[in-house]
Design a protein. Sequence first.
Length: 109
Amino acid sequence: MSSFKEKKDLFMKMKEGLSLRIINRIIFFLIFMGFGVFLFGVNSLSVKGFELGEINKKINDLSAENADLELKIMKLQAYSKIDEKVKRLGLVKVNKIDYIAPSMGVAKR
């Protein structure tokens, strides 16, 4: 029969093996969970990067469209203002333009 000391040594070895096995499983689980969190973070960042790129593209497109529309507004406003002033002042269309040539008798100080 085995002695008490042999049984105690066997129990201690089993206990050490069991505790090491539990510690190894806990470490494996933590590594696995850390890897999962890492993959989730990388995926989230890449998706946000694509969304940011799409938003920047929309901003650039809308800025270009805004510039075109502002140019059209300026053109339309300029013509409409001139036309309104012509009608308000009662001006008529000019057929021939006569220019005045400066003479030598310009006043000097």
